[in-house]
Design a protein around this ligand. Sequence first.
Ligand SMILES: Nc1ncnc2c1ncn2[C@@H]1O[C@H](COP(=O)(O)OP(=O)(O)O)[C@@H](O)[C@H]1O
Ligand SMILES: [Mg+2]
Length: 437
Amino acid sequence: MTLGISLHTDMDDIDSIFADDVELIQNADVLEEDYTPQQIICRDNVLEQYTSVFKPIYKGRPPQNAFLYGDTGVGKTAATKYLRQNLEQDIEQKNKRLPESEQVSLTVIWINCENFTTGDHKTSSYQVAVGIVNRLRDTGNRITGTGYAPQDVYDIMYEELDKLDGTVLVILDEVDKIGDDDTLLYELPRSRDIGYVENVRVGVIGISNDYTFRKNLSPKVKDSLCETEIKFPAYDAGELGQILSTRADLALYDTAYTQETINLCSALAYKEASGSARRAIRLLRRSAEIAEENGSQQIEEKHIRQADKDLEYGNIVESIVDQDDEKLYILKALAHLDEAGLTPARTRTIHAAYARVVRTYNAETGKEPLTQRGMFNHLSKLVMFGFVNTIDHNKGVGGGQWNEHEFSDDVNPRKVKDAFEDRNLQWVNIDVRGIKD
Ligand SMILES: Nc1ncnc2c1ncn2[C@@H]1O[C@H](COP(=O)(O)OP(=O)(O)O)[C@@H](O)[C@H]1O
Ligand SMILES: [Mg+2]
């Protein structure tokens, strides 16, 4: 087989398996975020612990509650989907052999708490309870995420749950998004003990990326939800390599990549995303796309390097999107100052620009900007997060001391604009001329 010949110009090259096709990706689904792998590899220890959490359900005994934690991309969601699938299949098989009275009944409700942020309403126990109700109701009968007193929503939820029988397993993925109000996390696992339900047994699995969330859970929640805790450690580069090989084997044509491709993608994901398999898979996918765009039949190092840069860009934009409104306004103020060549800028200049931004975006509500001191607290956080750099000026005795701020190397106005777009916020131009003293 001849590699390295551009098939766009040489379609007669019948030696190449790509003669009709310059694509490197054979099965793109396998590289999608929501793809569930048939095998979970390098996770024997964790899977063993996790399987024993599900055993009582299979046996028709009271379910256990469990709390899973670990960094993003370490297989928490994948392992859970995998075990859920197996549990449901195995119960179905088992039930076929049993008389109806002895059959095991299981309902699984999967909620990704991240998706329960609607408009101004942050994800909360309340919103998730609404989500559970709506999973159990027909389309015409759903309730809205506003307009009910919290206690009413919980009552409706328990009423709906109690219409079922057997075991209800509620899986709360990204549960850290639920925030401070952990009512649901405390009550749901104990709902039968408290007397909220009689007919069903409720088991809850909470999955979290956020270590501090686990640490800050109230002792009551720790007692109930965290009955079993399973830690998903980060992958090392070798493990990432194995996961990636398996995935590449299904997703890419054999000639599209080499062991070096796998090694470099794994090494970069290990180094830059602390052992995230998600990052490794995204990197492989982006590399393959770039190679395709370049008409290359094989992923080369330069494609992987470029892909890595692309992902970093996306990551920064994503982390800007995650900031609260005040910080977004400050970043926007800095973007305008930057574009006008006015950075680095002193705090009071930034504050003046920030105040214009706040007033522009809140013309209807009349919300006022924070004081300079109030804004400075947010600005300091942005420095801490690495979005903004501080330049210390110290003119020695009598010369005064002041700080100036500018974007760090990771941030530029373009990324802030992209973040606004991702948040569906219009990018209004703010005039910062004459703002600097
Ligand atoms: N042990 C594994 N075996 C196969 N694929 C895995 C494994 N761990 C993670 N993955 C894949 O890596 C990606 C990220 O995993 P995911 O379970 O979503 O991470 P988390 O939920 O911990 O953030 C998914 O595409 C998943 O299929
Ligand atoms: Mg996940």
